[in-house]
Design a protein around this ligand. Structure first.
Ligand code: NAD
Ligand code: IPM
Ligand code: MN
Length: 370
């Protein structure tokens, strides 16, 4: 499916742009269960079109109670019956192995082949960045993280586990097909959004096999995009440059693990994890949208988590569905809340999660009536 030409860093290829949608809602664990209901509240207030939300209780409680993480048939059901998935977070101190999170989150990312993890870094209010003399115009970029391979595939094992001679191996799996499609996506994303700069980041000076492949593919693919200024930075240098001068980047493409790390760094440049959205995407098929943050056990249950990451995630989901008008309403509501100091505690305010959700819902409802 050919994506629309648009501008802005958070615009994504269309799913189908149809008049109605079915959304699977997976709040998960911890603050996932607190922020996702607020996002749904705001979505309901913004949308006049028919949208159906179906909630699934997959997470630590169910895993501990029934021994079920990702239920059998779940992947096929999501692919066939839903347009998108709105996801909270997984992770619970009662499951130290993190097994249920791996089964569900990696299960969905891998089995739905959600090879693009799009993580925009966008400063929405000047006062939110910890960087001195940086404003909204300096911090606006997209991290395109490879999402289906690399060190995340779970290939490896132990040898002589628990002994002094123990060996632990974790394989970094990079396929020609996987590397090529994510690099190509980054260039296409730049082209479709009128962005001029793509930076590929790897560690090819040390990872001389896996990231040699990234180097070769990057050099090949960039030839097809002569209008785009492409460059390479090693990941350590990228981390430094992102802090020194984030305005030099439009699109960053990198492997799974580095993308995970750099997207938290980016989130902090734009006000912290409480605000950072992401989309796990397979263009043209059922995709999963989740805030970048985790289940935050340190604040879970207190009703103080920032719901803005989940609301901006919902805006990304609406753009994926082709519902740009409603997405814009959500973004405007978030900006307005920041302008009016409607802050949760992570941003130095006192607002509760649900209070801010109510405020945002009222804002989009009023806007929809005008
Ligand atoms: P985290 O993102 O949960 O929390 C990191 C810090 O940021 C904490 O201090 C937390 O209070 C704060 N924070 C995060 N989101 C916030 C919000 N919306 N509002 C206010 N403060 C917020 O990361 P962690 O502590 O490293 O991980 C906790 C659990 O979450 C672990 O089990 C981890 O594996 C899991 N995790 C899951 C996902 C996911 O499901 N996609 C992502 C990251 C971490
Ligand atoms: C994220 C998270 C996950 C990841 C964890 C929970 C496995 O940190 O979505 O950023 O590393 O992908
Ligand atoms: Mn992460």
């Amino acid at each position: 499916m050919k994506p629309e030409k648009r501008s802005g860093t958070a615009k994504l290829p269309l799913r189908r742009g149809g008049p109605a949608a079915r959304i699977a809602v997976i709040p998960g664990d911890g603050i996932g269960k607190e922020v996702v209901p607020e996002a749904v509240k705001v979505l309901r207030a913004a949308l006049k079109r028919p949208i159906e939300f179906v909630e699934f209780d997959w997470g630590a409680d169910k895993y501990l109670r029934d021994g079920v993480s990702l239920p059998p048939g779940a992947v096929q059901m999501l692919r066939e019956e839903f347009d998108a998935i709105l996801f909270g977070a997984l992770g619970d101190p009662r499951v130290p192995s993190n097994q249920h999170a791996a089964d569900i989150l990696f299960g969905l990312r891998f089995k739905l082949d959600l090879y693009v993890n799009a993580r925009p870094v966008e400063l929405l209010h000047d006062r939110l960045t910890p960087l001195r003399d940086r404003t909204e115009k300096h911090i606006r970029l997209m991290v395109i993280r490879e999402n289906t391979e690399g060190l995340y595939v779970g290939v490896g094992g132990f040898f002589k586990k628990g002994t002094p001679d123990e060996v632990a191996v974790q394989e970094d799996v990079n396929t020609r097909k996987g590397v090529e499609r994510i690099i190509r996506y980054a260039f296409d994303y730049a082209r479709q959004n009128g962005l001029k700069r793509v930076c590929m980041s790897d560690k090819s000076n040390a990872m001389t096999f896996a990231h040699d492949l990234w180097q070769r593919v990057f050099k090949e693919v960039r030839q097809e995009y002569p209008g785009i200024d492409s460059r390479h930075l090693y990941i350590d240098t990228l981390a430094m440059e992102l802090v020194r001068d984030p305005s030099q980047f439009d699109v960053i493409v990198t492997c799974n693990l580095f993308g995970d790390i750099i997207s938290d760094l980016g989130a902090q440049l734009a006000g912290g994890l409480g605000l950072a959205p992401s989309g796990n995407i397979h263009p043209g098929s059922t995709s999963l949208f989740e805030p970048v943050h985790g289940s935050a056990p340190n604040i879970a249950g207190k009703g103080i988590a920032n719901p803005l990451g989940a609301v901006l995630t919902s805006a990304m989901m609406l753009e994926f569905l082709g519902w740009n008008h409603e997405a814009a309403a959500l973004r405007e509501a978030v900006r307005a809340s920041l302008r009016q100091n409607k802050f949760t505690t992570d941003l130095g305010g006192e607002m509760k999660t649900a209070e801010l959700g109510d405020w945002l819902a009222r804002f989009v409802k009023q806007r929809a009536q005008n």
